[in-house]
Design a binder for this molecule. Structure first.
Ligand SMILES: N[C@@H](CCC(=O)N[C@@H](CS)C(=O)NCC(=O)O)C(=O)O
Length: 199
């Protein structure tokens, strides 16, 4: 059977999918070609008509959207990564969608301004607003983690992987998480996993 194939450079959101594939212990092919080259690639245009990464192919199945790909990989190949009950599956969807809708945009605004924006185009007001908007979700996350090491309880699951893969940008963005200590500890636990670091 053909191996799972994952498109996207490691510096992109493809990092989330590569982390998940490594946690699942599957063999996979990685097309790490940079985005500019992928955009001119006819095969890639068929794989993801959005011309964005990540994208994934597993046999007949072609998927885009990082969270959808990871939920699929974890369900199909993830063993302990996949929640044991339907209720916990629902919680994994909840945290994945919440990360994308409540957290990702603000973190991205800050990271883009810090690392990809020339000095004359920087927008300190937008960065301040983005930082301020993170206060509420960080408090919610810390509350959800009070008294337990991972979002669904004692073990690391796809809920943690998906959300931590978004929250990893908080490290790059140097977000002060001292007021959300349970969330900070959880993020460190997730990001210290060998599979996150490429092993
Ligand atoms: N919601 C999508 C976002 C995909 C996305 O925007 N990826 C960026 C790289 S991290 C991209 O391909 N950008 C190219 C572009 O916007 O032209 C996901 O999570 O997979």
């Amino acid at each position: 059977m053909a191996k799972v194939k994952i498109w996207g450079p490691v510096q992109s959101r493809a990092a989330r999918v590569l982390w998940c594939a490594r946690e699942c212990g599957i063999e996979f092919d990685h097309v790490g070609t940079d985005l500019a080259a992928l955009k001119g690639d006819a095969e890639f245009a068929r794989i993801n008509p959005n011309a964005k990464v990540p994208a994934m192919q597993d046999g007949e199945l072609v998927l885009f959207e990082s969270m959808a790909i990871n939920l699929y990989l974890a369900h199909r190949y993830g063993k302990a990564l996949w929640p044991a009950t339907i209720e916990d599956e629902a919680r994994a969807y909840q945290w994945s969608f919440w990360g994308m809708t409540e957290v990702e945009r603000s973190l991205l605004t800050i990271v883009i301004d810090m690392f990809m924006t020339p000095p004359d185009k920087k927008n300190p007001k937008a960065v301040e607003e983005a930082k301020a908007s993170l206060g509420k979700p960080l408090g919610i996350l810390a509350g959800a983690l009070r008294g337990k090491p991972y979002l669904l309880g004692d073990s690391f699951t796809i809920a943690d992987l998906n959300l931590a893969s978004i929250m990893a940008w908080a490290k790059l963005a140097k977000i002060d998480m001292t007021g959300a200590a349970d969330a900070a500890g959880w993020l460190d636990r997730c990001l210290s996993r060998p599979a996150f670091r490429g092993k």
